[in-house]
Design a protein around this ligand. Structure first.
Ligand code: MG
Ligand code: ZN
Length: 218
């Protein structure tokens, strides 16, 4: 009788990402079944993700039944802000996790009647490093950067930019007073992905928002 010896090397990272991709595909199917457009919005703390969502909700809420899913370590601040615009919200407090993953989205939507909605904005946890690595099943990943973050945002996060479907440069109304070189930032984006959709907006003044909405096909 011979013993069987088997060695399995598990790449935990690979396995985690693989499991997440499977869960994301399930989410995507669920969203498609309900005819919901889902937009995953990523960006560092303070780039204006929440304000962008508030502005989009103000413009779109007559036309679409919107649900906002907020990912945050511990607070409900962002969900409360968006909720004040007559939009339904789901808060996911991730505790120690610095990003949302597909399973969290699934669990959060467990008792939600998705037939009520046709547009979902997901505000990811505020950082630009790992959220882009975890698909949630969204139709589109938007990365929000802003002119208040200094000139190296793009160059320091090339992978995140590569995985994005669109870059929104927010707070464009402050560029001049901060002497921020927006063209140089756009050039950095182009160096990572020459064809990536880039929108310069001010969520505060509304500048660039109609063009953004048009590109989103909403
Ligand atoms: Mg926020
Ligand atoms: Zn993370």
């Amino acid at each position: 009788m011979t013993d069987q010896h088997k060695t399995v090397n598990i790449d935990i990272r690979q396995d985690l990402f693989g499991a997440n991709e499977d869960a994301a595909a399930l989410n995507a199917t669920l969203f498609k079944e309900h005819g919901i457009t889902v937009i995953d919005i990523m960006g560092s703390v303070g780039t204006g993700k929440t304000q962008l969502i508030e502005t989009l909700c103000e413009t779109l809420r007559e036309q679409y039944k919107i649900l906002m899913i907020a990912g945050d370590l511990a607070t409900n601040i962002d969900a409360d802000r968006v909720g004040s615009h007559d939009v339904d919200t789901v808060q996911i407090n991730t505790g120690t996790a610095c990003h949302l993953d597909a399973r969290m989205i699934r669990v959060a939507l467990n008792d939600i009647d998705l037939s009520k909605y046709d547009l979902i904005f997901i505000e990811n946890v505020g950082n630009l490093i790992c959220p882009a690595g975890y698909s949630l099943g969204a139709d589109m990943k938007i990365v929000v950067v802003s002119v208040t973050e200094g000139p190296y945002m793009i160059r320091k996060h090339p992978l995140t930019i590569k995985r994005a479907d669109m870059i929104v440069i927010n707070k464009i109304d402050l560029a001049e007073v901060l002497e921020f070189d927006v063209d140089a930032l756009v050039k950095d984006i182009r160096e990572v992905d020459a064809n990536l959709s880039v929108h310069k907006v001010s969520s505060k003044t509304g500048m660039g928002i109609p063009e953004l909405i048009k590109t989103l096909g909403l």
